[in-house]
Design a binder for this molecule. Structure first.
Ligand code: KG4
Ligand code: ZN
Length: 337
């Protein structure tokens, strides 16, 4: 079964064709990052306008790269939540139009569930149940992936996502948007022990995350040193920040896996490209005898192949939509309230 996936939840307009949820036939991404860079972050209206311009050429390219016509597609999967509402609406409206004129099934996909599915594209042996750790610009979540379409959140961020923390700290350090990857590069030159960052303490669910305290501490530290005319070594600060985030993610994920009895862990989302997070989790999984699955760097960030992969499993589970499908800025995972 060949699914056309469409993704437009933030600043990437993407389309891809995936066969049986596992094999990428084409994967086209038109990134707007260079344009948003000049504003220091995504400008929602600009993102919607660019999606509007890019979506048809991107879908055409995905079909051409797969050497297919729309007729040969078996279903149209689209990200309908969560994300920037104006951006999501472009993909949803376009997918609805395509589905209506072609008579193909329309398959709604939750963006976070899509990220998790990126691992299916490169790990043929990965099958639920397993423990997912999904870390990106808008979400940070540990979830049991009980079957391909049933998720149970174990813990999630109470405030900022890890990617948001990376990006805001990166901006204060003077790096361009999106800053996470620049922090990663700087961290590789720096010494994480040069700074002692405050540890966030939380009551309640031990698997929840909170990154806003860390973000505020670092932003304030940078502003204060600038005001008094001093200079901080941003390589060291980046290394300390990355170490802290990687350690927090790793400790909580491993503890959750132990408590819930999982030996397979799958990392995904934009921040899964971070070398510190990858290394820390890999080391901890090795020490505990767990199997760790991670997407290659090209499938960590937003793409439509992951949407088509999850779309395939949604379709098999009978999850389709009609013309009443709407975009939603926020939405819990499937099976949750
Ligand atoms: O999944 P994604 O592309 O979009 C959302 O769904 O949010 O994730 C984007 C996030 C951004 O915050 C970006 O800075 C971060 O992923 N990111 C990284 C790295 N590459 C991307 N953060 C840290 N290190 C990286 N190497
Ligand atoms: Zn994403």
């Amino acid at each position: 079964m060949r699914i056309l996936g469409i993704e437009s939840s933030c600043d990437e307009t993407a389309a891809a064709i995936v066969e049986d949820g596992r094999t990428v036939l084409s994967n086209v991404i038109a990134s707007q990052a260079d344009e948003h860079k000049q504003y220091g972050g995504v400008v929602p209206e600009l993102a919607s306008r660019r999606h509007c311009e890019n979506i048809l050429p991107v879908v055409r390219q995905a079909l051409a790269d797969a050497n297919m016509t729309l007729d040969e597609v078996d279903g149209i999967a689209v990200t309908y939540a969560p994300g920037l509402i104006g951006a999501l609406l472009v993909g949803v409206s376009f997918a609805k139009g395509l589905a209506m004129m072609s008579g193909k099934p329309l398959i709604p996909v939750h963006h976070t569930e899509g990220h998790a599915a990126a691992n299916y594209l490169v790990h043929p042996d990965l099958e639920p149940p397993y423990l997912g750790i999904i870390v990106s610009g808008g979400h940070t979540r540990i979830a049991e992936i009980l079957d391909y379409t049933t998720f149970r959140t174990v813990g999630k961020t109470r405030d900022d996502a890890a990617g948001e923390c990376f990006d805001k700290c990166a901006r204060a350090m003077g790096f361009p948007y999106p800053g996470g990857v620049h922090v990663d590069k700087a961290a590789q030159r720096g010494d994480a022990k040069a700074f002692r960052l405050p540890k966030t303490k939380m009551d309640g669910n031990p698997y929840d995350f909170s990154f806003s305290g860390l973000k505020t501490y670092i932003v304030n530290l940078l502003h204060h040193t600038e005001q008094v005319g001093e200079h901080l070594n941003c390589d060291d600060l980046a290394a300390a920040l990355q170490h802290d985030i990687a350690e927090t993610i790793t400790e909580k994920t491993i503890a959750a896996a132990k408590e819930l009895g999982y030996t397979s862990i799958a990392l995904s989302g934009g921040v899964s490209a971070n070398s510190g997070v990858r290394n820390a989790l890999e080391r901890a999984c090795q020490q505990n005898g767990f199997t760790l699955y991670m997407p290659p760097l090209a499938l960590c960030g937003d793409n439509a192949a992951m949407i088509a992969a999850q779309g395939y499993y949604n379709y098999l589970a009978g999850i389709t939509a009609d013309e009443s499908l709407n975009a939603m800025a926020s939405k819990e995972l499937r099976g949750e309230v």
